[in-house]
Write a protein that binds this ligand. Structure first.
Ligand SMILES: [Zn+2]
Ligand SMILES: [Zn+2]
Length: 247
């Protein structure tokens, strides 16, 4: 069976006039996942979902987002049964604790207790909920790039990508694109990134200039929101976003 393509969300993200369409698509996926976990659909009241949140819990980023969402009763229900399971499992591991001496042959070795904590804190119900779809989003991005001239033009004329997503696209491109298209993609990506990094640098520099007395009445140009856009370009994400509390 051919794997699902997500042409609509990817086209929407590319048309969103965002500093990074991949950040844009990822934010929508992540918000949908938060809605699913703690929102009005009350998936946490279903026993199969609760079994999953009980065993996985959430990563630090998504605990914060769950907390910010504001459903206190939902959060408390999820947390109460998750901590019950985690405490019971941890007690079992502690009862059979065996220290691991780090030495020449056991470098980086972990005791069973450390390993348990490491595994538990590495799991996240929300991350897992959208991970596969996110992978398909990246595959769809390359499918459209390979097959749709209008899409390629939008990328070429667009605002580029944040640096972490630039890296991700570069690492996925060789297996996702034909050899001829791979050359085209790298060339386009580098042109787009160079042009847009210059643009951002100009915006943030003008922001600095605006603090000079002689510029105080001059136009802001594109600089008013240059700080969050520069941060996004460098590191991804949306520093100016408030807490997500549902649609
Ligand atoms: Zn990004
Ligand atoms: Zn997570």
């Amino acid at each position: 069976m051919k794997e699902k393509l997500y042409t609509i969300p990817i086209n929407d993200a590319v048309s969103a006039d965002d500093e990074c369409p991949i950040c844009n698509a990822r934010r929508s996926l992540e918000n949908d996942a938060i809605d699913y976990a703690i929102g009005p659909g009350a998936s946490y009241m279903e026993s199969d979902i609760r079994e999953m949140t009980d065993s996985k819990g959430f990563c630090e980023r998504h605990y914060k987002k769950m907390y910010e969402y504001g459903n206190s009763l939902g959060n408390a229900l999820i947390l109460s049964t998750h901590i019950r399971k985690a405490a019971a499992d941890l007690k079992k591991e502690m009862a059979s604790y065996k220290a691991v001496k780090s030495g020449l042959f056991t470098k980086g070795g972990m005791s069973n207790v450390e390993r348990y904590i490491d595994e538990l804190t590495g799991k996240c119900f929300v991350c897992d909920y959208y991970r596969e779809t996110y992978k398909r989003y990246i595959a769809t991005f390359f499918y459209l790039y390979e097959n749709d001239g209008d899409f390629r033009k939008k990328i070429k004329d667009g605002k580029g990508f944040c640096l972490p997503h630039m890296k991700e696209l570069l690492s996925e491109a060789p297996s996702a694109l034909s050899a001829a298209m791979l050359d085209d993609f790298a060339k386009t990506l580098f042109e787009v990134q160079s042009r847009n990094l210059d643009r951002i640098e100009e915006d943030i520099s003008w922001f600095v200039e605006k603090f000079k007395y002689e510029n105080k009445d001059k136009d802001w140009k594109q600089s008013k929101d240059a700080i969050p856009r520069t941060i996004q370009k460098l590191a991804g994400g949306y520093p100016a976003d408030g807490p997500y509390t549902g649609e």
